[in-house]
Design a protein around this ligand. Sequence first.
Ligand SMILES: Nc1ncnc2c1ncn2[C@@H]1O[C@H](COP(=O)(O)OP(=O)(O)OP(=O)(O)O)[C@@H](O)[C@H]1O
Ligand SMILES: [Mg+2]
Length: 379
Amino acid sequence: MPKIFAHTKFLLYICEKFRYEKNRSMENPFKFGSIVEGNYFTDRAQEVAYIRQYIEGPNHLILISPRRFGKSSVVRKALRESGRDSITLNLQHMVSVNDLAAALLKELFKAHPLEQLRHFFTHFRVIPTISSNPLTGAIEVAFQPGMDSTVVLEDVMALLDRVGGNGERLVIVLDEFQEILDIAPHLDKQLRAIMQQQQQINYILLGSQESMMTDIFENKKSPFYHFGELMRLKKLPYDDFEQYISSRLQSCCPDCSETLAKQILDYTQCHPYYGQQLAAEIWQLAMLGIPQEELFDAALNHIVETHNLDYERLWQNFTRTSKWIFKRLALNLPLQTGEYRTSTIYSALKKLQKDGYVNYSTHYEIEDPYFQYYIRQIL
Ligand SMILES: Nc1ncnc2c1ncn2[C@@H]1O[C@H](COP(=O)(O)OP(=O)(O)OP(=O)(O)O)[C@@H](O)[C@H]1O
Ligand SMILES: [Mg+2]
């Protein structure tokens, strides 16, 4: 081989290797699944301002949206910007009132060293066991089983109020708040009675089960009737989300980043989580060298294939009426055909909505666009 060609070939090899290593080390610019912050967070300026304004005052806020619309992320951003002291707890993980009280204390210890709080415990009627895990340094809190849970909860809540009274009001975020109805009988009544007495806490209560949350805060018979301002989080606005996605796809698909961003948003209907997931998959495949014109379908297929087994199992367990509803929704066909009674369709839809498989905004839609894709494939 002439010397000049061997040299060019070597240079090409180096360039290719460099491109591969560079791509390999580049981080996916899209994130889905957990709370997003910084560069991964887009829009929501108005919502952040609204939440901030709310917690500046003495009132409480209730934030409702279907799963994975961005509740936790928007609240985290508002809290960070406000610089306020806060603790966050997901009620889904609580199995008893004592468990809830212990978890609240544990969260408090993350922000305030035990030493600073020791004097507050003089008011406690039931003293918790507090230990430090020597491996992680994390503080563990437990109340002896059998202790009067009303007293335990009252003491912990009073302590939180006193901590809030030390300076600025403390913000307590309770996620999946509708779970209070399941943790223990009458917990809603008990908690409301305690919260009513507190002066130094702003509550932000989050929930993804629309009907249960509305019932808790809008039903006159509920102890939490009109407890705070109700705020509903919507999907991300099209233009902003499109800009966010296309600017990040520029690096891997400069010629078609806008087209791809539009395809992604049309397909996922601007759903924050599913939009980010599809964009992340497209970016990944582009980095692996999949031709640009094949990217969208390849990404969609890959995601659905990954979930195929789950979808299959899910599908098998739905009732006949639910399957019928899914098929009609997947094909954008009307539900009033006379095949099923309106009341049957309505109650099946309510159950699917409660379980998070169907969302309602201006119309009913299947929550997961990839499950919709799966259904279309099996029809
Ligand atoms: N403002 C945002 N900008 C960009 N992506 C977002 C934004 N908000 C949410 N997302 C996307 O949605 C995902 C879920 O966000 P987050 O966990 O905040 O939602 P959630 O409503 O609290 O969910 P869950 O119902 O599971 O508690 C994020 O991982 C991210 O992919
Ligand atoms: Mg959340």
